[in-house]
Design a binder for this molecule. Structure first.
Ligand code: AMP
Ligand code: MN
Ligand code: MN
Ligand code: MN
Length: 276
């Protein structure tokens, strides 16, 4: 049987559309043989996902996607193979939930200034016990017909520099990597080309990431072409980083791609799962 790894996706514990159980079932149906659930800043979906993976007989890796600050950029760092019951990690995710809640209050206040009311109640309801994300705001704006697509919600309201954007002071990259290592996991840079860094800045990032204990980079991520795969592979080899693969699946109709529908890791890249 071909092994299909998908080490980056989201459930309703953050901004995905599916419950952890439904997500694992869908991954199984799409032929994924090893899945990691990596919700934004939370591990709350992992227990249910792992249980469902056991029921279906697919391999499951506990994961998280942590928001991190590096040189005023918000980076996403995936932690794979973490222990989701490690109490220092749970303290951090509690703190991040508060940080996200406070950001949501500020975003809702900015929307009110534009005569768009009810956002906070809507995103709280939609997120439930999970993390409130900008995706929840996008869904609210869509449901209230302020925009026609999620993308338009980001372009007009939610993206950096737009009217509703609230700058957040995420934990520093070095700290985030140490938390992942402390929880027994390995740190991986998520979707490295989405930060729009110049080659110079990318090199600086990789030097800092390595020095802080990071070991992996997503070589295969959603909506990526062969040139981009080659470029990230060159960085991976230059900095001796292992490669990860992940769809970043959220829902049926986002710009992301289907679970497991991802290219294979190039053969000259060390798979990150060989480190787990
Ligand atoms: P947050 O971590 O709450 O700031 O939300 C970031 C999330 O918003 C990302 O993980 C994406 O899922 C989503 N997102 C960011 N930019 C876009 C975009 N242009 N279109 C659709 N979703 C986006
Ligand atoms: Mn997301
Ligand atoms: Mn991300
Ligand atoms: Mn993601």
């Amino acid at each position: 049987m071909t092994e299909v790894y998908d080490l980056h996706c989201h459930s309703i514990a953050s901004d995905g559309a599916f419950s952890p159980e439904a997500l694992v079932t869908r991954a199984y149906e799409k032929g994924v043989t090893t899945l990691s659930l990596t919700d934004h800043d939370t591990v709350s979906g992992l227990a249910a996902a792992k249980q469902q993976a056991q029921v279906l007989g697919i391999n499951f890796i506990d994961g998280i996607e942590l928001s991190a600050n590096w040189q005023k950029h918000c980076l996403h760092i995936v932690g794979l193979g973490i222990n989701p019951t490690f109490s220092p990690l749970l303290k951090i995710t509690d703190y991040l939930q508060t940080l996200r809640y406070e950001r949501a209050e500020k975003m809702a206040a900015k929307l009110e200034k534009k005569n768009i009311v009810g956002a906070l109640e809507a995103v709280k309801l939609a997120a439930g016990d999970g993390m409130i994300t900008r995706t929840h705001f996008a869904d609210f704006l869509l449901s209230q017909k302020h925009v026609d697509t999620r993308q338009e919600a980001f372009d007009r309201y939610l993206a950096q520099g737009k009217a509703t954007y609230v700058a957040t002071i995420w934990p520093e990259l070095q700290e985030v990597i140490q938390w992942i290592i402390g929880a027994g996991g390995v740190a991986v840079i998520a979707h490295p080309l989405r930060y729009k860094l110049s080659a110079n800045w990318m090199n600086r990032l990789l030097v800092d990431f390595k020095a802080a204990g990071g070991v992996g980079i997503e070589v295969i991520t959603s909506r990526i072409n062969q040139d981009e795969i080659r470029l990230i592979s060159q960085y991976a080899n230059k900095y001796d980083l292992a490669g990860s693969v992940g769809s970043d699946f959220h829902n049926d109709n986002s710009p992301y791609i289907e679970l497991g529908r991802i290219a294979e890791l190039p053969s000259n890249i060390t798979p990150v799962w060989s480190l787990l």
